[in-house]
Design a protein around this ligand. Structure first.
Ligand code: FE
Length: 203
């Protein structure tokens, strides 16, 4: 069998995993098991069309609407679906709320499980072995490296995402934002603040 590259290769030489993925894609395409156009559309959707902006809208709504926040904390999947965000890698969502007493951080210790419909695709560091191990054993020093130093009085809780449950952090609404609209608030919510390694942007 002749295996041809599915896509022309431009740019710097690819790494081991990237080469293996390309070879797999070529074989599966040749066997007629996948459609490369469909695959490209799927990647494009999660890379470019769906991103942390979705999660930011959910957080901003929870900040301005106490009833929505109640629903979000009680049944995150259903409350997030009110925005139309659901599907692949986001079927069973759990939202954990930051308070002055508790700060939540999310990891997938096993691999890289992540809530795609609300945050898009995970950042590279989220998939790294160093983050996955150290955020469990020593979360405070990891948060420090992200520029987040929490007082000792704040309890740090690390949540291990699995193939079943995907976590989203509901950060605290920054002070001085009382006058801001829901849309303006959404602009303050960063991807990292919904993973729990930083705070939302100050207004
Ligand atoms: Fe995983």
């Amino acid at each position: 069998m002749v295996v041809t590259a599915a896509k022309p290769h431009k740019g710097p030489p690819e790494s081991g995993p990237a080469l293996r993925v390309r070879a797999l894609e070529a074989i599966l395409t040749e066997k007629g098991l996948i459609d490369p156009k469909g695959l490209d559309a799927l990647v494009d959707t999660y890379e470019n069309k769906i991103g942390p902006r979705n999660g930011a809208r959910v957080v901003a709504r929870a900040w301005v609407d106490p009833e929505y926040k109640k629903r979000l904390l009680a049944d995150a999947s259903a409350a997030i679906k009110e925005f139309g965000f659901s599907g692949l890698q986001g079927e069973d969502m759990m939202v954990v709320e930051n308070t002055p007493e508790v700060h939540n951080v999310v990891v997938c210790t096993l691999c890289s499980c992540y809530p795609w419909p609300t945050l898009g695709l995970p950042p590279v560091w989220y998939k790294s072995g160093a983050y996955r191990a150290r955020v469990v054993s020593d979360p405070r020093s990891v948060l420090h490296e992200f520029g987040l130093d929490l007082p000792d009085t704040v309890e740090v809780r690390t949540h291990d995402t699995t193939a079943e449950i995907r976590y989203l952090v509901l950060p605290e609404r920054p002070p001085g934002t009382e006058h801001m609209s829901e849309e303006q608030l959404a602009d303050l919510v960063t991807r990292d603040s919904m993973i729990g390694v930083s705070q939302p942007v100050a207004p």
